[in-house]
Write a protein that binds this ligand. Sequence first.
Ligand code: URA
Length: 188
Amino acid sequence: MDFREKYSEFFTQLDSKFFDQERFVPAVGPEKAKVMMIGEAPGANEVEEGEPFVGRAGERMNDILNDIDVDRDEIYITNLVKIRPPDNRDPKSDEIEAWAPLLEKEVEEVQPDVIVTLGNFASKYMLDTSKGISKIHGRVFTREGQKIMPVYHPAATLYDRSKGPELEKDLRKAFGKEESGQQKLTDL
Ligand code: URA
């Protein structure tokens, strides 16, 4: 079913000032998925292709997923805000607030074993924390019985190469592909 149709109740009540079909990108992935990934907001490439994480950050993410032997098609991938912010600025708090109820509905629907939040915006929202991602990445938190693991945003690893191995290590843990000696998510 089409994403907007599936969540039509949300879209009918969304204030039109927070919607623009020309900048809208729906989630992708199976209806039920073991892992749900939440990014910040789509960029220009995502709007062009109508899919989250298909630009440079997405390529980086795909490379890591390939390296750790995870099939991207098995992951439910969504964004906190589903409209591309103009000039690639950060999402504003009223935009996050307007789109958050949809994210909550997606979580209810997808019933993931673990939610991986990519970067500061999704992590701070989902964990209701002001702590920065460098302090909390790779740890497993529980929110109303739901496991959540914040990780670095793949775009951050493009600017700071040292974050790449950290992101890979955290994703290995989230997907149960730990290297020997690495702590398992299932043990937590
Ligand atoms: N960055 C995000 O946070 N989401 C995308 O979909 C693409 C880049």
